[in-house]
Design a protein around this ligand. Structure first.
Ligand code: PLP
Length: 392
């Protein structure tokens, strides 16, 4: 006799139960919509958590994958592969940095950067890694060591030594010194509530860097690949990283991560010091390259314009509805901070109205539409949100 009555029961019966899944059985996903097996159509303002920069199954991405698939799928990093080389060339052209290492995910990019910065710092006898409160860098022991929140770490202690978590409003002149090896941060915290880094923090950091010579690692895993109206969000600020962490949208919907390194750290690792079987998978690199080739200055300025429109309209809604405390973010990475009601309730009600978003810390509803979203789709979202907030 069958142990489970239907396929969703099988999901919880067989798959480790660590996600809170919505009752949406995905049938197909096209553009800004996900369709379920009941014929329902959901407006996708989540984009696979900032993965599908060009929406679901964009033509250029599908074509690039099909084209690569007709040549080879996986061969090993022992051989030269043009999708990797071309994507690395593109990332270097965009950032002006020097070398790329490909991984499979955001977490692995963080892990690689921790190892690389330690390899740079060990001979200099610098030991301390600094990271920020509210940060999210991934789920490995290294990444979690850079994060404060106990909910991610509960019952899994101990973590790495020599990691200090500071508040971005702290006086870092009292914290950073000659023992500081590296400072990790996101310029806009995604999981941490769509919070933008204070410019005073960046100014102090640059001053201290000149004095103590440490590395700056900027986590662009969620903010990168056009999300804020620039290729990488740090370009909106007066700062240049030594290492950029990338993933999510980088692979055009396939698993891919990267660290992009400045000249300063471009020859620290020697043969065999780090590596991966799958990192830089040719299909993922071809898909990611198709996305980056599609994004140009005109596209980025459209992202900025749509982001301004969305935030402006949400600001107007805030004036009409006092459940919204603040609208924050940049480009098409927008957070709506709520008061009185939990963000989870709004996410749930939007889901019942066939709109997909997710929540973030600090009671924030996180909005991550595809970067090529239309104004019409933004208006549909705004209407549904207003309806939901009025009903609550
Ligand atoms: N860093 C940031 C800023 C993220 O948003 C995430 C994922 O949400 C990660 C790191 C971890 O990436 P992944 O889930 O691909 O391991």
């Amino acid at each position: 006799m069958e142990k489970f009555n239907n396929i969703t029961e099988k999901d919880s019966g067989y798959i480790y139960n660590i996600y809170s899944k919505k009752p949406l059985f995905v049938e197909k996903a096209i553009g800004t919509y996900i369709y379920d097996d009941q014929g329902n159509k959901y407006l996708d303002f989540l984009s696979g958590i900032a993965v599908n920069a060009l929406g679901n199954r964009h033509k250029v991405v599908v074509e690039a994958i099909e084209n690569q698939l007709s040549k080879y799928l996986h061969v090993s990093n022992f051989f030269f592969q043009s999708p990797q080389i071309l994507l690395a060339e593109k990332l270097i052209a965009i950032t002006g940095l020097s070398k790329v290492y490909f991984s499979n995910s955001g977490t692995e990019s963080t892990e690689a950067a921790i190892k690389l910065t330690r390899a740079w710092a060990n001979p200099k006898k610098k030991n301390t890694i600094i990271a920020l409160k509210g940060a999210f860098h991934g789920r490995s022991y290294g990444a979690l060591s850079l994060m404060e929140q106990d909910s991610y770490k509960k019952n899994m202690y101990p973590f790495l030594d020599n990691c200090k978590i500071v508040d971005s409003n702290d006086n870092i002149e009292k914290i950073i010194n000659e023992d500081t090896a590296v400072v990790f941060f996101e310029v806009i915290q995604g999981e941490g509530g769509i919070r933008t880094i204070p410019s005073a923090f960046l100014q102090s950091l640059l001053k201290l860097k000149a004095k103590y010579d440490f590395l700056i690692v900027i986590d662009e895993i969620q903010t990168g690949i056009g999300r804020t109206g620039k290729y990488f969000a740090y370009e909106n600020f007066d700062i240049k990283p030594d290492i950029i962490l990338s993933a999510k949208a980088l692979g055009g919907g396939l698993p891919l991560g990267a660290i992009i390194c400045s000249e300063k750290v471009s020859s620290v690792w020697q043969y065999g010091q780090h590596g991966t079987t799958f990192g830089g998978n040719p299909l993922a690199c071809a898909a990611g390259l198709a996305v980056l080739n599609y994004i140009d200055d005109k596209f980025l300025s459209e992202v900025t314009k749509k982001g301004v429109y969305l935030s402006l309209k949400l600001g107007e809604l805030r004036l009409k509805n006092n459940l919204i405390e603040e609208v924050r973010g940049m480009g098409l990475m927008v957070g709506i901070k709520l008061n009185e009601i939990p963000a989870a309730n709004v996410v749930e009600s939007l889901f019942h109205n066939k709109v997909l978003v997710c929540k973030s810390s600090d009671n924030v509803v996180r909005i991550l539409p595809p970067l090529n979203v239309s104004y019409e789709e933004i208006n549909i979202f705004l209407e549904k949100l207003e309806k939901v907030l009025n009903e609550i």
